[in-house]
Design a binder for this molecule. Structure first.
Ligand SMILES: Cc1cc2nc3c(=O)[nH]c(=O)nc-3n(C[C@H](O)[C@H](O)[C@H](O)COP(=O)(O)OP(=O)(O)OC[C@H]3O[C@@H](n4cnc5c(N)ncnc54)[C@H](O)[C@@H]3O)c2cc1C
Length: 400
């Protein structure tokens, strides 16, 4: 395929924003760079920013999507509402260095994330806490001791759970499992929990108090001007050139002279799928705008029963605090088609990934590094992705 088909937009070249120009893009691509980075999500943006500002290196960032920010990208929709294109992202961390680093690129709005699940027509807190049990079972548990006793009497004693169903039964008991986890898990993974590894539902959090916060990290907040602005601020350094709408795999032969290549895309694609394709679950997002202030009372409502096809409905205005007379909501459907979101945890995928990981380790000696959720074939929360990228930067620069 001709290279020009894949070079559409030059976002910025050094400190100069330059417009659409295919010929110019090819020249930019063939320029002299110290570091080439594939992907302008968290992982790529952190490394670009660090190499540019700490080491004064010239950095080229290639991004195949038409925007920066990876799947954290948000934008103002045609109704004027700030919405996340790939579903809402909640930032939370207990890593002090990540919070400090990120706070150099954004201010924060205070936010405490809470999730409700629609069970028997009632909205109950997730993770399970005393209110969840009281609302579903019509009980009046008031103390931790009573909740511990309830769990003891209602969960199934399984010493060594062999699959996710046994794991859930031992954590929350059969009724909560059926109402809150069984069908939701099937929607998410297209398998019943008894067909899934025990590790998947290992960490179902259960609280023995009334705490209804979803996260319990030291820091939690919403970026004051949205996520995309953070990436624009990080990539705004004069040493960084960003090309969007450019797929690395189509243009790699044009690149020359770089010392370091950092790859944050899917690891199987880098190696041309030579050990096979890694499986992902994806999501389809359905956006709808309503002529009213709010659609629902919470940012996220889960729909764990099998009769509702979508898994959850999210309403960004609750998170961003935006004042607007309209509201946009997003319905999320799990699918097999679409962009890679959730690595499928199975022994087969693990074995294939390990082959790619070994191949990638061999390339380090040639200055090629892999990082991020796609290159590592693992779910990373945003703060973990920031931390992994910062650690990689320290590792590369410490090694000289
Ligand atoms: C549905 C979903 C919801 C999430 N919600 C949260 C949340 O609420 N809170 C939280 O902490 N974390 C959340 N996360 C995790 C968070 O999204 C990740 O931590 C973060 O996106 C990781 O950044 P990354 O740069 O590694 O990957 P990405 O954001 O995927 O960035 C990789 C980039 O590389 C580009 N790329 C790939 N291949 C090529 C190529 N060949 N050429 C050029 N560019 C390429 C991609 O287009 C992409 O932009 C969520 C994840 C998912 C899947």
């Amino acid at each position: 395929m001709a290279i020009s088909n894949h070079l559409a937009t030059v976002v910025k070249h050094g400190s100069k924003a330059i417009g659409f120009s295919i010929g110019h893009s090819v020249d930019v691509l063939r320029g002299r760079y110290d570091v080439v980075i594939v992907g302008a999500g968290i992982s790529g943006a952190v490394l670009a920013e660090r190499f540019a500002s700490v080491c004064n290196k010239k950095v080229l960032v290639l991004e195949k999507r038409p925007h920066v920010g990876g799947i954290c990208y948000d934008f103002i929709d045609k109704h004027g509402i700030l919405v996340p294109l790939y579903g809402p992202h909640m930032f939370h961390t207990s890593y002090e260095n990540v919070w400090r680093y990120l706070s150099a690129f954004t201010g924060w709005l205070p936010y405490e994330h809470k999730v409700k699940s629609c069970v028997d027509g009632k909205l109950v807190p997730v993770p399970v806490n005393i209110s969840t049990v009281n609302d579903i079972f019509g009980l009046h548990i008031q103390t931790e001791e009573e909740m511990v006793r309830w769990l003891d009497e209602n969960t199934v004693k399984i010493a060594d759970p062999q699959n996710s169903e046994e794991q859930a039964l031992s954590r929350v008991g059969p009724i909560l499992y059926e109402k809150m986890f069984r069908h939701y898990t099937r929607k998410q993974w297209d398998r019943w929990p008894n067909e899934l590894d025990a590790s998947l539902l290992k960490r179902i959090p259960v609280r023995t108090n009334f705490d209804d916060r979803y996260f319990s990290d030291t820091h939690e907040g919403v970026p004051a001007n949205g996520y995309t602005r953070i990436f624009e601020n990080m990539l705004g350094h004069k040493n960084i050139t960003v090309l969007t709408n450019v797929d690395f795999h189509y243009v790699k032969k044009e690149l020359r002279n770089y010392e370091v290549l950092i790859y944050t895309g899917p690891i199987d694609a880098f190696f041309d799928y030579r050990h096979g394709k890694l499986q992902y679950r994806s999501l389809r997002f359905e956006f709808e705008t309503y002529n009213r202030q709010y659609y629902q009372e919470h940012t996220v409502i889960n729909y764990p029963d099998d009769e509702v096809l979508y898994a959850r409905v999210t309403e960004p205005k609750h998170q961003t605090g935006q004042k607007h007379h309209l509201t946009t909501i997003i319905r999320e459907y799990f699918t097999w088609d679409g962009p890679p979101y959730y690595p499928v945890p199975s022994p087969q995928n693990r074995a294939v990934y390990e082959k790619y990981r070994d191949d990638s380790a061999e390339l380090q000696a040639r200055g090629v590094y892999f990082t991020g959720r796609l290159a590592g074939y693992k779910h990373l929360n945003m703060d973990q992705a920031f931390k992994e990228a910062l650690d990689l930067f320290h590792g590369i620069t410490a090694a000289g």
